[in-house]
Write a protein that binds this ligand. Structure first.
Ligand SMILES: C[S@@+](CC[C@H](N)C(=O)[O-])C[C@H]1O[C@@H](n2cnc3c(N)ncnc32)[C@H](O)[C@@H]1O
Length: 219
C-alpha cells in the first residue's frame, strides 16, 4: 500500500465507529463558519471544499446556501460525504487528488481545512488552487502550526513526521506565507482548539488539543 495515499485514508474512514457524522470533529470548524457572512457580502457563490473528507464543512457551506463542490481522493470519505449531504441539492462530490485538480477559474472561494498537514507536495496543490480560483477569488486555508503539541513532541527539525502511514507537516506563519507567496494575504488568525477522540483503533482516541493558523489569501 502506498503510504499517505487514498488506500491509507480509505482504511481510516472504514475503521471509524462513532455515531457522530464526522471522523474529525463534532461539527463544522467555527473559523470557516464565521467567514461565511463575509463570503456572502463579497457575492461568493461557488465554493470548492478541497479534501472535504466526510463533508463536515461541506454541509455547513451548503446549509448557508453556497453551491459547493466537495473533492477528496478517498472513495470511502466520499461515500460518507454522500450520506451526510444527501438532502442538499447544492452539493456535488467528485473524486480527485488535490495534486491534479482539473479546475480552471471556476470558484469564488476554496475552503481547505485540516488537509495541508497531510500534503507532501503542497506547492503543486497551492498552484492548483490558484488556477481553480476566479480572478480575486479567495483561498481559506488551515495549517496545523509548529506550536501544535504533536509537532512539539514528534516534528523534529523538519516539523514533520509519518505516523501509521499518514504524513504530517506543520507550519510556522512564515512557512504558510512563503507557500502562499503568489497570493495576497488578507488575514492570518491563530487558534487553539479541541479535537474529540477518533476511535479505538486511532492513534488519538483521547480528547486532544491542536494549534492552527487560518489564512485568507486572495488570488
Ligand atoms: C483530516 S481529513 C480532513 C477532512 C475535512 N477537510 C475536514 O476538515 O473534516 C484529511 C482529508 O484529506 C484527504 N486527502 C489527503 N491528501 C489528499 C490529496 N492529495 N488529494 C485529495 N484528498 C486528500 C483525505 O482523504 C482526508 O479525507
Amino acid at each position: 500500500m502506498t503510504e499517505n495515499g487514498p488506500n491509507t485514508w480509505n482504511s481510516i474512514y472504514e475503521k471509524f465507529q462513532h455515531e457522530r457524522h464526522s471522523v474529525w470533529k463534532e461539527a463544522a470548524t467555527p473559523w470557516f463558519v464565521s467567514k461565511m457572512a463575509f463570503l456572502k457580502e463579497l457575492g461568493a457563490n461557488r465554493i470548492l471544499d478541497a479534501a472535504c473528507g466526510d463533508a463536515r464543512n461541506t454541509r455547513a457551506f451548503a446549509e448557508s446556501g453556497f453551491q459547493v463542490v466537495g473533492v477528496d481522493f478517498s472513495e470511502k470519505a466520499l461515500a460518507r460525504a454522500a450520506k451526510n449531504t444527501s438532502t442538499f441539492k447544492n452539493v456535488t462530490l467528485q473524486q480527485h487528488n488535490l495534486e491534479s485538480l482539473p479546475f480552471s477559474e471556476e470558484f469564488d472561494a476554496i475552503a481547505c481545512d485540516y488537509v495541508a498537514v497531510h500534503l507532501q507536495n503542497p506547492k503543486q496543490v497551492v498552484t492548483n488552487f490558484y488556477n481553480a480560483l476566479k480572478p480575486k477569488g479567495l483561498l481559506l486555508i488551515e495549517f496545523l502550526s509548529t506550536q501544535d503539541p504533536a509537532c512539539v513532541a514528534h516534528g523534529g527539525e523538519q516539523n514533520s513526521f509519518m505516523s501509521n502511514g499518514v504524513f504530517h507537516q506543520f507550519y510556522s506563519e512564515s512557512d504558510a506565507r512563503h507557500l502562499l507567496k503568489d497570493f495576497t494575504i488578507l488575514e492570518t488568525t491563530s487558534v487553539w482548539h479541541d479535537d474529540p477522540g477518533h476511535g479505538p483503533d486511532f492513534p488519538r482516541n483521547d480528547h486532544h488539543q491542536h494549534h492552527s493558523i487560518y489564512v485568507i489569501a486572495q488570488k
